[in-house]
Design a protein around this ligand. Sequence first.
Ligand code: SF4
Ligand code: SF4
Length: 390
Amino acid sequence: MSENISKRYADAACIRCEEYDDAEVEKALREALALCNGLEWLKPGMKVALKANLVVGKDPAAAATTHPVVLAALTKILLENGAAKVTVGDSPSGLYTKPALEHVYKASGLEKVREAGAELNLNVDTKEVSFPEARKARTFTITSWLLEADAVVDVCKLKSHGMMGMTAAVKNLFGMIPGTMKPEYHFLYKDENDFADMIVDLNEFIHPVLAIADAVVGMEGNGPTMGTPRKIGAIIASRTTYAADIACARMIDVDPDTIPTISVAKARNIKGADANDVVIAGNAKDLVIKDFNKIVAHSGIHFEGKGGAFGRLKEKIFGMALETKPLPEKKTCISCGKCANICPAKAITMKNGLPDIDRSKCIHCFCCQEFCPAGAMKVHRTWIARLFLK
Ligand code: SF4
Ligand code: SF4
């Protein structure tokens, strides 16, 4: 990992932060912002939107959502530096309604953020926007509250992710899409790299001025909603979501180029997306978690289908042998049928109280795993994959 403090400002800063103590988080945030010139964009009177990760309403201790202490500290810093208004929000999974948002805010401990001076977004309007420069998503529907702000700050949580391997700043912006429409986008962009390209389009459209990653306690294993909290001990800041994700990937000992959103952004020559050029300042070197329980994204296991029919057969065999897939765990399943309802490919039917997955229809979006309320749908890796891939 490169640490070069001779450059005036780093592309990303990673600062040690041991716990969710108000003063400690605020200190780490201030230090990280100073190293990457993180408030350079802020002008007096601005309305700032903090796009948190509030995928589900859960106690902050579950590590599924951006911690309220991080959001509160950032709110305080922004107001103190001239922001006229700070609004915090997200579009969680499921209905995008005021009662649903109020439930998620309460469950995720966001009262603390309100006390710090932020408003919690309750505007549930959506808008169809066009983005002709996009690679995949030239028109899409997004939550309007983000469009009302003068600037958007991405305040994500570092977690493992069934489909993308890791979710942090770049993937967090998929939360711009209203909750009930998300499965449609999975179905529309079935291929993992198409899906990643669509998410990069969303990033390029909304263009956050700053990305903050809450990696004090992240989530490993069956992420992004039912994994295990894992202390990482870091606050990460960057002026680009891509450099923030590269720093996050480094923290959990993942090659950034195996994260589909990073690899497609790098292929598009987007600033901050080439790990070789990203300078990370602070304590990054001391904070790498070597034994983080990772999920390897498919992009880490692609093979070139060269060599005619034999080459393609080889690719297929290797692909099947190494493929990650959703697999229900009988003893944990509560037979609620939510996975069957949410599956965008209609690949799941309930049989004798258990989900039965038609593998020929499955598009590996891992929505069933992400939204299983019992944590029964697991990301299954074959023994060959566990042997050969980190
Ligand atoms: S969502 Fe989870 S608990 Fe519900 S049926 Fe599917 S696997 Fe079982
Ligand atoms: S079975 Fe799960 S991973 Fe496969 S398409 Fe359905 S929701 Fe997505």
